[in-house]
Design a protein around this ligand. Structure first.
Ligand SMILES: [Zn+2]
Length: 291
């Protein structure tokens, strides 16, 4: 039965108050300046606010498309890992959380993607985190992915670029997730021992067990503007690489000022900067590591 109220009156009221029938997914509000941004413009601007320069979080595939020459890359199949080894449950089952993440990113996926291709003409492997997948948390799958990425980099004599965006270790995997800290450091060392460049691009946020492991030991550490980088695990880092770092969470610019990152680079300039860095590092003298 037709309902005259919803069919006739409501549209008229909407016209009167000028309510726009625009789906929400066409707009984003900037967390930096609260301006409303047209999503199409935001995508054109590499997900950087054109008003205040706020860098939105982006996923691994978006990273690959913007970093690799001509957006041409091959993703690497990542090792399958045991699902829910501890049968963990908080408010929801861990397996449910995994399914939810995989619904968005594809079956068998986790909080990281790995691809290889060329950047500025130089062979490179990129391992990029997906913060949207359980906060980019690092469990066994992420550890395995970083080891796989290192192996491919060594096989192909390519640079390894890791781009964390992570809340840290994945609590649902307990001690297994903490074990990924030394494992990922070993993965980075494989690349270093092969005299290939190991570069980290710290993006918002890089915290916890991720900030205190592989993310802290880049040959070159680049950070995106405004990224919150949590060296709350400073003591762990001190013990790991014997460097004194202040406690707490800091922004990229503070870390640059204190010599804890080498460069703060806008996303719009990241591809060109990485290309230049990689070409410089390819010169024979550059990677002659002290024994
Ligand atoms: Zn803004």
């Amino acid at each position: 039965m037709p309902n005259w109220l919803s069919n006739f009156v409501l549209p008229k009221i909407r016209t009167l108050v000028g309510r726009k029938e625009v789906p929400d997914n066409l707009w984003r509000q900037c967390p930096g300046c609260e301006q409303t941004l047209f999503l199409k413009d935001l995508v054109t601007d590499l997900m950087v606010c054109r008003h205040c320069g706020h860098h939105f979080r982006i996923g691994s595939v978006e990273r690959f498309k913007m970093l690799f020459d001509n957006a041409h890359f091959e993703t690497i199949d990542l090792p399958k890992t045991p699902v829910d080894p501890l049968k963990f449950r908080d408010r929801r089952r861990y397996t449910e959380r995994l399914r939810e993440g995989q619904a968005a990113l594809g079956a068998g996926s986790d909080a990281i993607g790995v691809a290889h291709g060329r950047i500025g003409g130089v062979a490179a492997v990129v391992a990029a985190f997906d913060f949207g997948f359980m906060g980019g948390s690092m469990g066994v799958a992420v550890g395995e992915a970083l080891i796989a990425a290192s192996r491919v980099a060594v096989e192909r004599q390519a640079a390894l670029i890791v781009i964390p965006s992570s809340g840290g270790a994945r609590m649902q995997e307990g001690i297994l997730s903490l074990m990924q800290m030394p494992r990922t450091i070993i993965a980075a060392d494989m690349v270093k021992e092969a005299r290939l460049p190991y570069i980290v691009v710290l993006t918002d946020p890089t915290t916890g067990g991720v900030a205190a492991s592989f993310a802290a030991i880049g040959d070159i550490a680049i950070a995106e503007p405004g990224a919150i980088i949590g060296f709350a695990g400073a003591r762990v880092i001190e013990e790991t690489i014997r460097e004194k770092l202040p406690e707490g969470f800091q922004r990229a610019e503070y870390l640059l000022e204190h010599g804890m990152v080498d460069m703060v680079v806008k996303r719009t300039e990241l591809t060109a900067t990485l290309g230049r860095v990689l070409r410089l590092l390819r010169e024979p003298a550059a990677m002659a590591r002290p024994a």
